[in-house]
Design a protein around this ligand. Structure first.
Ligand code: G6Q
Length: 547
């Protein structure tokens, strides 16, 4: 239907040609109210997009582009359970998992909310039983260690959120996560554990994923070798899945299974039963605050005009930078140690959702889609890759994220952290011209001959865009809102690119490929079925394996 580039696309291209002659720092000089105009607050978050090269006219055109892609209609479609995941023929309803209104949400005429509420109630009762110590292992002792086995969408969310909410967690209930099929991951995790005090959570939507099934089987064997029995498996293994038959076949009683549904995408599943490790760590009331934060962002997204709509603005600025300035890399820079894994989480959310090359109807896109997402917490990154951000030839827009209050107000640490946060976005925008550098060196008494040689190296081009996201404190509500903000940003960009954001055939490819080569690795005979590189590498493997 809407295949061609919408008219606003061409208008924007012309407009951006003129924008490129401007400097962000001049826009601030000309308009003392620029911050006022280009920041929004919602669900406990502040987003400032003023340090991007844009004007009110730019935003107007970007909103026109969103209108021409019928964003309004798509939002309604997503929230109301239309099958917008067209290649898997599924609705996309992670928002129903955190729907706190009591209003029904229908899939094929059936309200899904009673099932959602029932699983939440089951999670609450399980969480309370384990946390209170009344859930006992086979030795009669309470659980002290919880190992969640899962990968991708069944890993990154719970692992990242559990770490981010450490200040709210029971410190005597240790949380471990095993994802990699590399035996090192499970071996190193099991090394220090007591089977009688360990609970395994096998988290897999399909319950067929090679990594998770292999790790789960290893965990079960370890359990049985260390005093556990078939009869006591039920005290030590629970499953989070949509696949009851496979859970039963693995040997986990479906009574110990926490269900979710095919309308929950893996990378959108931390709000579902997949969030059980989070609930176990921080308690169920806190987990509900996490859901409530996401719901607050959902409501804001659904009801706010685009000009003041936080996810829409974040998405539109991204579109401007990717499609009209050509910046195809994007850094996530949390100035909060607890958010250490946020870049990895968002890497999956954005790159798996929008790393697509065809439009919904299968025709190729003629524009860039998702950028490369990467990042590390500040200030560590400043001592490593920020050099490229400031002076490299690639321009990398960045999201700087910081809480106003620290959970660990030690001495002057937090004020110093914030000084770095403010200074970096300012420096990226302002830069330093040759004249300014020369003047600075002169003032500090450097000889003219040295200045001439040194000055070019000390020039900062500036005009490098960034978004700032601030909030009072990293609590469950705020984290919920922050993740929902990015989920909806990704959705909006997918609508503008006219792609299907909710499938992942590239991930599926990996799942299929690994099982294909595996049988060829077993025996000693040479393999000739592949290209000479693959055959040669397999031969090298077999030679050294036997030596
Ligand atoms: C997420 C992806 C992918 C998936 C994992 C694990 O959106 O689909 O990362 O989550 O491959 O899949 P299972 O949960 O089915 O084991």
């Amino acid at each position: 239907m809407h295949q061609a580039r919408p008219p606003a696309w061409n208008t924007l291209e012309r407009h951006v040609k003129k924008l490129k002659t401007l400097r962000i720092r001049d826009l601030f000089r000309e308009d003392p109210k620029r911050f006022e105009t280009f920041h929004v607050e919602a669900a406990g978050l502040l987003l400032d997009i003023s340090k991007n090269l844009l004007t009110e006219k730019t935003l107007g055109l970007l909103i026109k582009l969103a209108d021409e892609r019928y964003l309004d209609d798509w939002i309604v479609k997503m929230f109301s359970g239309s099958r917008i995941n067209i290649t898997e023929n599924r609705p996309v309803l992670h928002t129903a998992l955190r729907n706190r209104t009591g209003a029904p949400v229908y899939v094929d005429g059936k309200d899904v909310m009673p099932a959602v509420t029932a699983v939440l109630a089951k999670m609450r009762s399980f969480t309370d039983t384990v946390r209170s110590g009344s859930w006992r292992g086979f030795t009669g002792e309470p659980i002290t260690d919880i190992v969640t086995i899962g990968i991708g969408g069944s890993h990154l969310g719970p692992a990242m959120v559990t770490e981010a909410l450490t200040p709210y967690a029971r410190r005597d209930l240790r949380m471990h996560f095993v994802s990699n099929i590399d035996g090192t991951h499970i071996a190193e995790t099991l090394r220090s554990l007591q089977p009688g005090r360990t609970l395994f959570i096998v988290a897999s939507k399909t319950f067929t994923t090679l990594e998770t099934m292999t790790n789960a089987a290893t965990a079960r064997a370890w359990f049985l070798e260390h005093g556990g029995t078939e009869n006591t498996i039920a005290r030590h293994f629970v499953a989070l899945s949509t696949n009851t038959d496979a859970v039963r076949a693995f040997g986990i009683d479906p009574a110990n299974m926490f269900e979710f549904w095919d309308w929950v995408g893996g990378r959108y599943s931390v709000w579902s039963a997949i969030g059980l490790p989070v609930a176990l760590a921080i308690g169920f009331d806190r987990f509900e605050e996490f859901l409530a934060g996401a719901h607050a962002m959902d409501e804001h997204f659904k009801t706010t005009p685009f000009r003041h709509n936080m996810p829409v603005l974040l998405a539109l600025v991204g579109i401007l930078n990717i499609n009209f300035f050509g910046y195809t890399s994007h850094a996530i820079l949390p100035y909060d140690q607890y958010l250490r894994r946020l870049p990895a989480y968002l890497q999956q959310l954005e790159m798996e959702s929008n790393g697509k090359q065809v439009q919904r109807d299968g025709n190729p896109v003629s524009y860039a889609t998702a950028p490369i997402i990467w990042g590390e917490p500040g200030t560590d990154g400043q001592h490593a890759f920020y050099q490229l951000l400031h002076q490299g030839t690639l321009i990398v827009p960045a999201d700087f994220i910081v809480p106003v209050k620290s959970h660990n107000p030690v001495g002057e640490h937090h004020r110093l952290l914030l000084s770095n946060f403010f200074a970096q976005t300012q420096a990226l925008m302002n830069g330093k011209t040759l004249d300014e550098v020369t003047e600075e060196l002169r003032r500090s008494g450097v000889a003219e001959s040295i200045i001439e040689q040194l000055a070019p190296h000390r020039v900062f081009p500036g005009n490098r865009p960034s978004n700032s996201i601030m909030f009072e404190k990293l609590d469950p509500f705020t984290l919920g809102a922050l993740l929902a903000l990015y989920e909806h940003k990704v959705f909006v960009q997918g609508v503008i690119w006219n792609i299907c954001s909710f499938d992942q055939w590239g991930v599926q490819l990996g799942k299929d490929l690994a099982t294909k080569i595996y049988p060829d690795l077993i025996g000693p005979e040479p393999v000739a079925a592949y290209d000479s590189s693959t055959n040669g590498l397999i031969a090298y493997y077999k030679r050294l394996r036997e030596s």
